[in-house]
Design a protein around this ligand. Sequence first.
Ligand code: ADP
Ligand code: MG
Length: 335
Amino acid sequence: MKPGRKKFNSAFLLILLMGSLVAALLVRVFLEDNPELLEMKNRTPVLGTFATYIVIADSETAGLILSSMDSLARYLDNELGVYGTGELSDLNMRGYALIPALSSDLLYLLENSLFISSVTDSLFDPAMGVLVNTWGFPSDPHLPDSVDIDRALTRSGLNNVRISGDTLLLSSGTLLDFGAIAKGYTADRIYSLSREMGASAALVEIGGEIRCGGDPETARLWRLAVRNPRGDNIMEMMEIENGAVATSGDYENYFFAGGIRFCHILDPRTGYPESGVASVTMVCRNAAFADALATAVSVGGIDTAENLPDSLFSLIIVVTEDENGEVTEWRRGSI
Ligand code: ADP
Ligand code: MG
C-alpha cells in the first residue's frame, strides 16, 4: 500500500460496498496501458454469501483463472464450512482428529485462530458452534432462553479443545465454527491462486471481506468504499494497491427483540451478542487476519482495538453506538 502514489495513474477499479455490506459493484476499469490484458469478473454465491472475483490477465488465461478460483472456493467451502460434508464436519461429528492427518487449510485456521484468540483476550473464539446454533444464526435467529445460553456456553469455547499426543480432541458436543475467519482465508487462498496462475492483478471479495493486489509494474489502485453501518451512504473511501480489508458489523445478520438489536457476533464471556459496536473495518496484509480481527474488535470494542500489536494491521475503524443511538467513529493507524 503506497499512500503517496498518484491517484488513478494507470488503472483503477471502484468497488462500492453499498446497500449491503456484501454488495460489490464494479464501475469501471481502465486498461489502456496494456491492451493485451483482459479484465474479467465473476459474481457467484458461495460460503453462504456472495463472492466477486475480478482478474486482470492475459486474454488466453483469464477465463481459466476465474473458473479455477470458483472451484477452489467451492472446495474450501465444503471442507471448512460448518454446513459442508468435508473435513470440518467430520471433525465436529467425531469429536477428534489426528493432527498429522489434518489438511494444511484446517491447520492454518486452527493455528491462526489460536493466535488471534491470544491477542484479543480470547474474544475471538472458533469453538462456539453450539452457542451460534442456540441463537439460530444464520437461518432461524431468535432470542433463546437464558438456561439454554448457559448450557450452550459450557460446551463452547477453546477451553473445550485439547491436544493429547498427536490427537486434537473436542469436549463432548463442542463444535468448531470458523465462520469469522473462513471467508477471509478463502479470499486469500483464491487470490494467491489467481496470481500463481498468471493474473497480473486480482480482487476477491467474499461477503465483504476483500483481498486485492497486483504486480508492482501494473500499479493498479483498487478503490474501495465502505458503507456507513447506520445509513446507505459511504463511510470511507480507500485506495489500496495490495492488501486486505474486512468489515464486521451488527447490521447485516441481526434481529430486534424488545427493541434491542441482537446480531450474530457473540461475546464468549456472556454468550450474548456484542452490543455497542456498529461496525469494525480492518485493513491488514491478509484477509484471514482482517476478517478474524474485525470480529474480535466487534466484541471487545475500542479496548481491544487499542491493544492490538501494530504489526497486525495498518488501519482500524470502529463505529460505536451508545444507548441514545449516538454514533461515533474511532480510528487507529492509516493506509
Ligand atoms: P460476517 O460473517 O458478517 O463477515 P464475522 O466475520 O464477524 O461476520 O463472523 C461472524 C460469524 O462468526 C458468526 O456467524 C459465527 O459463526 C462466528 N462467531 C460469532 N462470534 C464469534 C466470536 N466471538 N469469535 C469467533 N467467531 C465468532
Ligand atoms: Mg470475521
